[in-house]
Design a protein around this ligand. Sequence first.
Ligand code: FAD
Length: 519
Amino acid sequence: MSNFDVIVIGSGVNGLSSAALLAKRGKRVLVLESNDCCGGAVRTEEVTLPGFKHDLFATNLSLFAGGPIMAALKDDLIRNGLEFVPSSKPFISLFPDGKSLGIVMDRETNIATLRKVAPNDVESWQALTALLGKFAPHLFPLLGAELPSFAAAKSIFKTWRALGTTGLFQLIRLLLQSSRAFTEEYFVHPETKALAAIWGMHLDYGPDISGGALFSFLESIGGQEFGMVLGKGGADTLVKSLTSVITENGGTIKVSSKVVEIITENEKAIGVRTADGAVFNAKNIIANVNPALIPELLNSKISSSQNVAEVKKFRPGLSTMMIHLAMDDLPPWSATQAKEFNYIHIAPYIDDLAMTYTQAAAGLLPSSPALVIGQPTVTDSSRAPAGKHVLWIQVRVLPLDIKGDARGEISGNTWDQIGEQYADRIIEIIENYAPGIKSKILSRKVLTPTDLERYNVNLIKGDSLGGSHHPAQFFFLRPTPSWNRHRTPIDGLFICGSGTWPGGGVGGGSGAMVAKIIR
Ligand SMILES: Cc1cc2nc3c(=O)[nH]c(=O)nc-3n(C[C@H](O)[C@H](O)[C@H](O)COP(=O)(O)OP(=O)(O)OC[C@H]3O[C@@H](n4cnc5c(N)ncnc54)[C@H](O)[C@@H]3O)c2cc1C
């Protein structure tokens, strides 16, 4: 039995971030990870061919680059090898009639593009650019504050002082709008509406779900203002540097150490037991675990108490699959300029997004799901042999349980049965936008929703975001009313990770917040 100040269960970006901050503060920290490597949903591997490095899950590190961990540990992380590669051409949407709309990190270029593709939306784009400038100084502190908290209340008060009642209410309205309502309010052209609305689908927002506007707004205009950031050589540069910061500050990391029990005494968490029977004690325990899974780690008396059982209601969002391709060359995009962009969205229009979302929610394999196609080697050639490329294809969104196929072509109700067949559908869809792509594919690796959960138990049924982000489980309600503020009903047991505020993404925000609570 060993004693620590803090045990962190799980080594996702938030667990590692909290551990790094606490180790740097002089706490004796132990991180226990059930996998044989750290990182959770941030993992880079040569899963197709030797020399082709694939970010198996997250690839866009913009949130981390602009987030609180970078602000607190920048020098330590860089000294320990963290390297970013910025992309100034973050995303482009492709449409079936051959049109495309790409956003780069240059306002004038974007205006020129909009003038050609969506001339009636130029003014609105400019207005939204100004709106981000107006809201960002208020919105970003709020998104980085513990909720609810005095700091958040102060931030809202300051916003009210700066923007007035109407300005504050406009901001609240934006937080509550769906991406369809938001894009219809601002844009006329279907291409511009789709360009923004697809960002809601990156999270859990079909176009008609309240709350999607915020991400459609922040990501589309934010892409123009801040670009996108990848990890040099792979997203795992982040994991390697965070783990090094932990160990150089005296922290201990044990992989292949699954926590099977959180030990309590007088209803206070005092330690953990791992699958091999080892017991570790600590004053504080931070679970970087999907909140819905935590009751399973507690004894039956505690887990059946009302406040604890409440968290079992925490719902997953719709699921995702990944297709990784080793490529002889970039796809032969019909819209040739797509070759220069980091993300390519094939969605295509808002009604298609709505259809996809409804089909997936009803348990059907979507007939033509939204695709986010990452081309990391455009920005970072070190990820593949000379002249070759990798493609990162994320399929949004998929059913949590398969009841049928919207096209009536695929039968089978487990991902192990139908994963490869469904991946063929995806490649066929891309072929329409890049005729001949199939001949460029050297190898492929499909990671179905079931595979995602096998890699990381937090990704329940392949939900990439560790819990739906719909308003009933977001902001101060994440994961549930009595488990917010990174606390649990159990003394000494804290939570971080995408199932807690501020939600999914490689930001490290909840890791920073939970580290602040630990005394
Ligand atoms: C396919 C995919 C693509 C994504 N793309 C992006 C992107 O491009 N950009 C972005 O910002 N976000 C992206 N995300 C979301 C982002 O990756 C996640 O929200 C984030 O990485 C989750 O971090 P976390 O701290 O919640 O921990 P997790 O990544 O969930 O890791 C938690 C760790 O805890 C371990 N663990 C759990 N239970 C136990 C236990 N009992 N004992 C020991 N260990 C345990 C798990 O094995 C895991 O390693 C993506 C996610 C997925 C799945």
